[in-house]
Design a protein around this ligand. Structure first.
Ligand SMILES: Cc1cc2nc3c(=O)[nH]c(=O)nc-3n(C[C@H](O)[C@H](O)[C@H](O)COP(=O)(O)OP(=O)(O)OC[C@H]3O[C@@H](n4cnc5c(N)ncnc54)[C@H](O)[C@@H]3O)c2cc1C
Length: 473
């Protein structure tokens, strides 16, 4: 569903943004001393990997705090970061339209201001949920209006610390070929799967040839599913989005299989949208952090009401509760799925089981992950509160920085920030959810500015001692 772009009130809104930032511009003095390597190469203050909502908001936050040399790098085409224009198959955002976040408190930067500038007074009230394409366009307008430097179509490889230069070496593969950038601080804003990977369960991968299944993260040829029987494994929002999309492309039937006896219909994320949790989960003692997040995950994922309706209104849609898949086998060119409530036969399987947390799966961390502390290294949950995935979550410091598994082995990890969904247990909702952006981005930016100031405190003290600006002659 493409949203027409009316003649723009956006130009004047962009001017208003700049005016408001000018009004808010204090303190003004740049304070991070630019650095060069011994060979004269630029050392950025901060490189942000990931040009989605998290990366852009962080860059904006840093620019407001006068951190001057910041670069955002993203592997996708410009303004195509994240799921929105790639593999998201919903029509609208799943979260309510009134969530703010990237604006960091600047009213004219909010999604509402952006919408009303285009569609006029009263349009916002008439809007239900924000179409996903419009959210992607809002982020593009945000980038342009704030002049955030984004390098697109550039993939970041294994980050490494250079002790001699006291900075990270960030290998990049882009249109200009391979090269290395240098940065004092690196933020991984690599998305919801940024601390692991979208993973096809072994039960599927080991049993089926690749042409018989896809993960919801993949580019799926829905046209090729016309007239075929499709099985979807999982009952989160993406499961229903993909089921509906397959039926809208003419699939003969879609059977959605899930383990629980009935669909989850209470959204723990809605519960979480209050100041206390969003701003201060990170301040809780470990045992409390653990039980809050475990409870949220145990409450389960659910489709938003309109997503459920979109699938259920299609004649060929079938829900199979209490039908977790146990094993699968390929028979000729079909798939037999043995579930806890019988056998289902399909021509194609869509795996909607999400992602796993596994830092060892991250290319950016290949050279350092063995030194990174996980929750398993710091906390032993009571028997009734076990969760393998949560034990693999990184054990982050108060500003989203990684911490060392063995103190002293890799102190530079304090200069590497995890701003992905993997920060959920340590920090609560971070960037990989619009709900968490408002408070988490501010906490991350504050963690980075604190770290830069503390590292340079001797130089700042020296600048104080030599400060001679006369108040009067
Ligand atoms: C299908 C789907 C729907 C969602 N719907 C909602 C919703 O409605 N509301 C909500 O609040 N949340 C939603 N989320 C959760 C979350 O808000 C999104 O995942 C959002 O995209 C997170 O923003 P981000 O900036 O953290 O990550 P992303 O938008 O994913 O951006 C990260 C970027 O980093 C890039 N990247 C990763 N690794 C590298 C590398 N090594 N080198 C260079 N670039 C790299 C990625 O390609 C990506 O472009 C949804 C998630 C998914 C998957």
């Amino acid at each position: 569903m493409d949203v027409p772009v009316p003649p723009s009130g956006l130009d004047s809104l962009s001017r208003q943004v700049r005016r408001e930032l000018e009004l808010l511009d204090y303190p003004r003095r740049p304070w991070v001393t630019p650095r060069k390597s011994r060979s004269g190469a630029t050392i950025y203050d901060v490189i942000i990997v990931g040009g989605g909502q998290s990366g852009l908001t962080t860059a904006f936050g840093l620019s407001r705090e006068r951190v001057g040399s910041v670069l955002v790098v993203d592997q996708n085409e410009l303004d195509h970061a994240g799921p929105w224009l790639n593999f998201a198959r919903m029509r609208t955002l799943r979260t309510p339209k009134y969530l703010t976040g990237p604006d960091l408190g600047v009213p004219s930067l909010t999604p509402r201001a952006y919408y009303e500038a285009q569609f006029g007074d009263g349009s916002w009230e008439a809007l239900g949920l924000i179409p996903k394409e419009l959210w992607a366009r809002y982020l593009a307008w945000y980038r342009v209006t704030l002049g955030i430097p984004v390098e697109p179509e550039t993939r970041v490889g294994a980050v490494e610390w250079d002790e001699a230069e006291r900075c990270f070496v960030v290998p990049c593969e882009g249109r200009a070929g391979p090269r290395s950038l240098l940065a004092r601080r690196v933020v991984l804003a690599t998305g919801i799967d940024g601390s692991g990977e979208w993973r096809v369960p072994a039960a599927v991968k080991d049993a089926l040839p690749e042409h018989l299944y896809s993960h919801t993260r993949d580019a799926i040829d829905f046209e090729a599913l016309r007239g075929r029987r499709v099985a979807v494994l999982g009952a989160g929002a993406s499961a229903f989005d993909n089921a509906a999309t397959a039926l809208e492309h003419g699939a003969a039937e879609v059977r959605l299989l899930f383990r629980r006896q009935k669909l989850v219909n209470v959204n723990a994320y809605r519960w979480a949208e209050f100041v206390g949790f969003l701003k201060h989960h990170a301040d809780l003692p470990d045992a409390e952090k653990w039980r809050f997040i475990l409870q949220i995950l145990r409450m389960g994922q659910l489709p938003p009401a309109d997503t459920l309706a979109r699938a259920q209104q299609q004649p060929g849609f079938f829900l199979h509760a209490g039908s977790g898949f146990q094993s699968l086998r390929a028979r000729e060119d079909a798939v037999e799925i043995v579930t806890s409530s019988g056998v289902i036969t399909a021509d194609f399987v869509i795996v909607a089981t999400g992602f796993v947390t596994d830092l060892a799966a991250r290319p950016e961390l290949a050279r350092v992950e063995q030194h990174i502390a996980r929750w398993a290294d710091r906390y032993e949950p009571p028997a009734e509160e076990q969760s393998e995935d949560l034990l693999r979550h990184p054990y982050l410091g108060p500003g989203f920085e990684f911490t060392e598994r063995s103190p002293g082995e890799a102190p530079y990890l304090n200069y590497l920030y995890n701003y992905t969904f993997g920060g959920l247990l340590s920090m609560g909702f971070g960037g990989a959810s619009i709900s968490g952006l408002k408070y988490s981005a501010a906490r991350l930016v504050s963690g980075i500015t604190r770290s830069l100031f503390v590292e340079d405190s001797a130089a700042h003290y020296q600048s104080l001692r030599t400060f001679e600006e006369a108040e009067f002659q």
